[in-house]
Ligand binder design. Structure first.
Ligand SMILES: Cc1cc2nc3c(=O)[nH]c(=O)nc-3n(C[C@H](O)[C@H](O)[C@H](O)COP(=O)(O)OP(=O)(O)OC[C@H]3O[C@@H](n4cnc5c(N)ncnc54)[C@H](O)[C@@H]3O)c2cc1C
Length: 426
């Protein structure tokens, strides 16, 4: 079978590598001069910054992505973060682990700031929700109904902001509990050696090794459709034919490429039903420093901060992500839809937060990147379970525009790719 893939993001390359390795003829078309989409590196002053992701795989070396990479025999090493996540909280001098006005609590050990009753409640809920997760309402509503303390909502916002770039009021409780249940099942995050590029380059290599072709600077302007079946693409004015087309650019952008199809109206209706599909937006600030600011390879959630949701320091896992003797620290903050018009102010608040979080440390701001609209954090915000199928036969969508329930970031992309491959190959 011949398959054309539009876009070389993680979803496109995972699909291409798998299909090429399984004996299919594969061609990938990428509009940009580089491959990897929002999951590759940018070299800047000797630092390996990224085009999007924070150089982290949400379920480390045991989640869906790691499993698929193992199945493909990909040359990728994902180092589990230890500790996986800590919550930084303001503290008093007599608190154990006090340091510079803060202490770091483990994700499973809410020493402060909750009352004894609420700590008991959290322990009971942690157990019962594994078997009876909530089905309705937003995560914020759920938190307020169960542990009505200010810090509970702030921790919930910080967790959702870091992991899916949403406020807890913009994601369903069902989705967050599906994510938490996957965290129990597969463990917490890990850092791939070589950063995001370590993963996408390995997939490129598998695709090439198995005869697949990956073209850069070739933008697809149309998907060729005959009798409502996708038959290929037009890229840079040339026609390329195939049995199947997989698009890694989301439903809305893909529909715009279906210019000549009787089913286009059906596709438009289908997209209209998904009109609440909104990308999630965010701001990432990359810092350079001589001394570690964090000292481990896990995530530090910062619920007390005005804007920053969390921080990581990936050079504690892979020192080569920075020049010798330097560290690379990245902060992430959710950019709420209501604030997209005020990005400058949001960045300023983020930088102010960083100064407050590390009052006595020296660092330089290397780069500030904002992600929204056509280059967002996620093409469809989590909790919108968007199918990989389209109304046009032989045309499928992968990537973060069509992820399944509980599939956090690239883990969700992997679940969508597996689902798509099952449909194509069955
Ligand atoms: C700030 C930030 C932090 C994040 N942190 C993490 C993290 O730590 N861990 C994690 O798992 N995820 C993280 N994510 C999410 C993750 O980066 C994305 O979900 C993922 O990289 C998206 O992959 P994709 O397959 O959907 O495709 P994309 O990366 O969107 O790739 C699509 C590709 O298609 C190309 N293209 C578009 N139109 C055309 C066309 N017409 N013809 C040809 N090519 C075309 C684009 O140029 C692009 O290269 C983060 C994202 C951001 C922005």
């Amino acid at each position: 079978m011949k398959i054309i893939v539009v876009g070389s993001g993680l979803g496109g390359l995972l699909s291409a590598a798998y299909l090429a390795k399984n004996g299919h003829e594969v061609e990938v078309f990428e509009a940009l001069p580089i491959i990897g989409g929002r999951f590759t590196n940018i070299d800047y002053k000797g630092f390996k910054l990224s085009t999007g992701a924070l150089h982290m795989v949400p379920h480390g070396n045991s989640g869906p992505l790691a499993q698929m990479l193992k199945e493909l025999d990909a040359d990728v090493n994902i180092v589990p973060s230890n500790p996986s996540t800590v919550i930084r909280m303001p503290a008093n001098k007599n608190d154990t682990d006090y340091k510079n006005g803060y202490m770091d609590m483990s994700f499973h050990d809410f020493k402060i700031p909750f009352s004894f009753i609420n700590r008991l409640k959290i322990a009971v809920l942690a157990f019962t929700t594994r078997y009876f997760p909530p089905k309705k309402g937003t995560f914020e509503d759920w938190i307020k109904n169960h542990i009505n303390e200010r810090w509970a909502t702030r921790i919930a916002n910080s967790f959702c902001g870091w992991s899916i770039s949403l406020k807890s009021s913009d994601v369903s409780a069902k989705e967050v509990f599906a994510i938490i249940s996957n965290l129990y099942l597969h463990s917490g995050p890990g850092v791939p050696i070589g950063g995001c590029k370590g993963v996408t380059d390995a997939l490129l290599e598998i695709t090439h090794k198995n005869g697949g072709r990956v073209y850069t600077s070739k933008e697809v302007s149309e998907i060729i459709i005959n009798n409502n079946h996708a038959k290929g693409v037009i890229a840079n004015g040339d026609r390329y034919y195939s049995d199947i087309v997989i698009s890694d650019i989301g439903h809305i952008e893909t529909k715009q490429l279906c210019k000549n199809a009787a089913k286009t109206n059906e596709y438009i209706q289908y997209i209209n039903q998904l009109q609440d599909v909104r990308p999630s937006a965010g701001i990432k600030i990359s810092l350079a420093c001589d001394e570690p600011l964090i000292g481990h390879g896990g995530v530090v959630l910062t619920p007390f901060a005005r804007r920053i949701d969390g921080i990581n320091e990936v050079t504690n896992v892979d020192p080569k992500l920075a020049p010798e003797g330097k560290h690379l620290v990245m902060t992430h903050q959710c950019l709420h839809w209501n604030r997209i018009d005020d990005i400058e102010k949001e960045i300023e608040l983020g930088i102010q937060d960083i100064k407050d979080i590390f009052p006595d440390k020296k660092f330089d701001v290397l780069m500030v990147q904002s992600y929204h609209d056509g280059w967002p954090v996620n093409r469809s915000a989590s909790s919108q379970d968007i199918p990989n199928k389209t109304p046009i036969s032989g045309l499928y969508i992968v990537g973060d525009g069509a992820k399944g329930e509980g599939g956090i970031e690239v883990e969700g992309i992997t679940l969508g790719v597996s689902n798509t491959l099952d449909m194509i190959l069955s």
